[in-house]
Ligand binder design. Sequence first.
Ligand SMILES: *Cc1c(COP(=O)(O)O)cnc(C)c1O
Length: 393
Amino acid sequence: MVAAPSPMGAPDASGRFGSFGGRFVPESLVPACMELETAFSEAWADAAFRARLSSLLASYAGRPTPITECPRLSAELGLDIVLKREDLAHTGSHKINNVLGQALLAERMGKRRLIAETGAGQHGVATATAAAYFGMQCAVFMGEVDVERQALNVFRMQLLGATVHPVRSGSRTLKDAVNEALRDWVASVETTHYCIGSVMGPHPYPFLVRELQRVVGDEAREQYRERYEGADPDVVVACVGGGSNAAGTFAGFAETAARLVGVEAAGGSAVGHGVPGIVHGMRSLFLQDEEGQVLEAESISAGLDYPGIGPEHAHLAELGRASYEAVGDAEVLAAFQVLARTEGILPALEPAHALAWVIRAARDKTLAPGTKVLLTMSGRGDKDVAQVKEMLA
Ligand SMILES: *Cc1c(COP(=O)(O)O)cnc(C)c1O
């Protein structure tokens, strides 16, 4: 018997997931992308590399992160909710899984400098953390507007030894920071690895980052089966900015019968309101105006304000293997408070989006009573407490 192809297999040779993905970069970056593709496929097939990464994830990042049952929240909603606790990982989110993997890969390629783009600063902080651990140089590109808005994260990166470059072009936010990082990479590719922060960018990044994040889904499935006598959840839910925590989570469950749901911010809903386009080296769905200019995403959670979505999610949406929902700021604020009150966990505003959808779906019976839900708690809410206080005032 021939097994059906997995809905989350590897992309084709040109880096496409269906009609999305690919590698749309200047001529000068093609060799760097190809070098990375080869290095990653060799490393990923090398048991010694995998063992080294696992041991680093265990001793430094605190893996495996637990799953946590939520009896009081479950009773309130009439569901059976379990959280995958990426909020308990070092630096407070799933981002550490990606940056440690890419730093280890950079080391293997003989590159001693990491560059990264960042919006809210979280991926910049994660990359600076990995660079500090490996004793590498680190430069982070950040829109000038974000540098002003996220002064504390700029200081964090500096404490970790990184240089932060304010980007003054365009709207001076995340999408301009990506362009500037790509520009640096063209000039520095001999010595530098570009550490992309989500399942986006030119091939092989969407695949590479998903594989580095699949530890979330693989662990969760194993832990869930152990806890529930071999059963899988009915629904697996994760928030989507670029889509890395969701892709890593979904990868663990793609071959189960679980329904996969990605939740976007209403003001950044690339699946709901985006159109196909080629931006940042990939073909995917982006919020664009009539002239095809990429729009700013708007969200109370800075980590979800990417105006596009990773190409594999666009493909999963097209296949119908995953569905994508959008929630508004008021629902997110309510979800933040509900989890704090019922379970003693302050979620980051990003995964509070995933919970907001679960709450809505419980109320309108989209999820039948008793539905078993696994939700990826992608990060902790400490960073958002001041903002929540202001919004509730
Ligand atoms: C960065 C971030 C996200 C969004 O990124 P994805 O690539 O979509 O996972 C979600 N949650 C938290 C806590 C984050 O820090």
